[in-house]
Design a protein around this ligand. Structure first.
Ligand SMILES: NC(=O)c1ccc[n+]([C@@H]2O[C@H](COP(=O)([O-])OP(=O)(O)OC[C@H]3O[C@@H](n4cnc5c(N)ncnc54)[C@H](OP(=O)(O)O)[C@@H]3O)[C@@H](O)[C@H]2O)c1
Length: 331
């Protein structure tokens, strides 16, 4: 890939509309004088593709209630240490990954208080605050981490109330744009957990509510209590166990965020993906994401990576259009 390096000094106050900013950042070759108006970060080094490259906006947009984001997001979990535990060894690199995501038009970042735990949210605010206009940070609560190997549900209303205060503080926000219940707690009536989030929404701490790791029946229970704008469940080329939830999201016109969208390393090695990828000269990851985007208009993939090269590869998927025979072969 042909890349040039520019050092830019960015004036935060000169931020333009996101669309304008995005055009300038992505419409290569990069005009040097435009760099000063891009992206809102002080003194940072940009790697700019020479080829015309429009980034995440090419995936189109999706509405999360009254919020509109580009339909290719970024999952920040991998920026922690292994097993989503601890802080990254190289904080500067983490900052660069997050900055690069925003430069590439990603305006939806998924995190959770249990990633780190807590460290992931802090990394995001340290890298990106004050946030560029239009950036939606979606966090989650309802899981706790007694140690590196454990993820334990805690959907008690008092825990969720405390959890959101922590997230607000770490993200340096007065209101969370999208707060997702990370998982139903088998020891707490689901309606109580959702009811607590509905109360927090009424009090102004949450703008929109999402769910994660739920069934269609749980989605319906939640919707009877409060508006739900998204569901985040595992889904990728190899794991389609949430097909019924995806169909429900389509019916309801709410976003479906497939987690583990690349199927991790194992998914990337699936034979049929390999065959279509090699036929089209694409990486397996870009092909997997293009398939997800083509699969449903409510799909909002949130691939995760610590690598800038992988991030760029993933965002490239936003521009890919699968031929019908490719899509059929991947079904
Ligand atoms: N709601 C939930 O319960 C839940 C659970 C898990 C995850 N999530 C969310 O979903 C997001 C994504 O899930 P995930 O990170 O587990 O899975 P993923 O995005 O499917 O896969 C990430 C893995 O793929 C690699 N990768 C990424 N881009 C690549 C590329 N272009 N080429 C080759 N390898 C690539 C990454 O390694 P490198 O770092 O080396 O690129 C990493 O090992 C998370 O960040 C998190 O926000 C939610």
């Amino acid at each position: 890939m042909l890349v040039s390096r520019l050092t830019i000094n960015v004036a935060r106050k000169s931020l333009r509309t996101e669309a304008d900013t995005f055009e300038k950042c992505q419409g290569g070759p990069f005009p040097e004088n435009a760099a000063h108006e891009c992206c809102g970060f002080d003194k940072m080094e940009l790697r700019v593709n020479q080829a015309p490259y429009k980034g995440a906006a090419l995936a189109g947009t999706i509405d999360l209630g009254d919020l509109t984001v580009n339909r290719l997001g970024f999952g920040a979990m991998r920026l922690c240490g292994d097993s989503a535990w601890g802080r990254p060894r190289d904080r500067e690199h983490t900052n660069r990954v997050l900055h690069r995501a925003v430069e590439l038009g990603v305006n939806f970042i998924d995190t959770a208080d249990s990633y780190g735990p807590e460290a992931n949210e802090t990394m995001i605010s340290q890298a990106l605050y004050p946030y560029p206009p239009g950036l939606v940070i979606a966090t989650k609560g309802g899981l706790v981490r007694p140690n590196r190997r454990s993820w334990v549900e805690n959907g008690r209303p008092d825990h969720l109330r405390r959890a959101i205060e922590g997230s607000l503080q770490r993200l340096r926000l007065e209101r969370i744009d999208l707060y997702q219940l990370h998982a139903p707690d088998p020891n707490v009536p689901f309606a109580e957990s959702v009811g607590a989030l509905a109360d927090l929404r009424r009090s102004g701490k949450i703008h929109q509510i999402g769910l994660s790791n739920v069934t269609v029946a749980q989605l319906e229970v939640a919707r009877s209590i409060t508006p739900i704008v998204s569901v985040q469940n595992p889904y990728n080329l190899r794991n389609r166990t949430s097909e019924d939830v995806l169909a429900a999201c389509e019916r309801l016109g709410i976003a479906f965020l497939p987690w583990y969208p690349l199927g991790g390393k194992r998914g990337l090695k699936a034979l049929k993906i390999k065959q279509v990828a090699s036929r089209r000269g694409l990486t397996h990851a870009a092909l997997s994401l293009a398939w997800l985007l083509a699969k449903s208009p409510v799909m909002l993939p949130i691939p995760g990576t610590r690598s800038i090269d992988h991030l760029e590869d993933n965002v490239r998927a936003a521009a890919l259009k699968l031929a019908p025979e490719d899509f059929d072969d991947l079904e």
